[in-house]
Design a protein around this ligand. Structure first.
Ligand SMILES: NC(=O)c1ccc[n+]([C@@H]2O[C@H](COP(=O)([O-])OP(=O)(O)OC[C@H]3O[C@@H](n4cnc5c(N)ncnc54)[C@H](OP(=O)(O)O)[C@@H]3O)[C@@H](O)[C@H]2O)c1
Length: 262
């Protein structure tokens, strides 16, 4: 199926995967609604899309603020029309440390990565149910498949997204609403630019967006990519703890924190 002429709303559109998804969908003829906290980046992206003949509108919102994100999506609906595709992409990541145990950052990851998805869905679900059509997607991660030392909070927040979307998918099965969970491996974005290690099978954001849109068109239930990294993450579930401890040892000595603190 095609997204031409359809309204697609993307959270976290001000950089990285969300930015590339917005451009890819706009190039396919979707009317794109852009959401994030940074106004300047959103305005710039909307301008670029409009300049190349597309249709874009943006609204500034923090996905962890329930009234804000609901109002932002309603505002985009008024300007663009009812949402056909929602991509809950906004996400943050930071290492989980034990000395000190960084509970503040752990809370932030759960608020953005899990509750941010829930609040974004809340804004579109009633109308989709009424219309008996629509597509809900969340950008999770291959990290969802294994609790990793030094990444306990990020990996568990993404596991929560996977399981939440799975339940929703089955519940919405007979309601005409498709649900897709996207689990990327490493993608070159501001989130990963702090990583000093060599990221295997690293994809550009444009390539990731191209693959994600293809999977959405096919209404995939879960899309894990690239396949090599997906296989490794799934095999890791059977790896003994001592092996993972050894593999992640160097990482945990000097974990890569985001440039802007969460
Ligand atoms: N890069 C990877 O290798 C990779 C791999 C697997 C999964 N992912 C997932 O892909 C998604 C996009 O990540 P990315 O790599 O593209 O990172 P990114 O470039 O850092 O983009 C993150 C986006 O989320 C937005 N965001 C963060 N907190 C927000 C909040 N409270 N409210 C609204 N928007 C917020 C940011 O916008 P503002 O700062 O302007 O609000 C930004 O647009 C995330 O869910 C991430 O977990 C990434």
């Amino acid at each position: 199926m095609s997204f031409a002429g359809q309204v697609a709303v993307i959270t976290g559109a001000s950089s990285g995967i969300g930015w590339a998804l917005a451009r890819t969908l706009a190039a396919e003829g979707s009317k794109v609604g852009l959401i994030a906290r940074r106004r300047e980046q959103l305005a710039d992206l909307a301008g670029q899309i409009e300049k190349s003949g597309g249709t874009a509108a943006f609204a500034v919102a923090d996905v962890t603020e329930r009234p804000q994100i609901v109002a932002a999506i309603h505002d985009l609906t008024v300007r663009l029309g009812p949402v056909d595709l929602l991509i809950a992409n906004a996400g943050v990541g930071a290492p989980t440390t034990i000395e000190p145990f960084n509970v503040g950052e752990i809370e932030k990851m759960f608020r953005v990565n899990v509750l941010g998805v829930v609040y974004s869905l809340e804004a579109v679900l009633p109308q989709m149910l009424q219309r008996r059509r629509g597509h809900l997607a969340a950008i999770s991660s291959l990290a969802a498949y294994k609790g990793l030392p030094g990444e306990s909070a990020y990996t568990s927040s993404k596991a929560a997204v996977n399981v939440f979307m799975e339940g929703l998918r089955i519940q919405l099965r007979s309601k005409g609403i498709a649900v897709t969970t996207i689990c990327p491996g490493f993608v070159q974005t501001p989130m990963t630019e702090v990583n000093e290690f060599k990221m295997p099978w690293l994809l550009t954001a444009d390539e990731a967006a191209r693959r994600i849109v293809r999977a959405l068109k096919r209404r995939r239930k879960v899309y894990n990519f690239p396949w090599q990294m997906a296989l490794i993450m799934k095999l890791m579930r059977w790896a003994p703890d001592w092996l993972l401890e050894r593999v992640m040892h160097t990482y945990n000595e000097n974990p890569p924190f985001p440039k802007t603190p969460l």
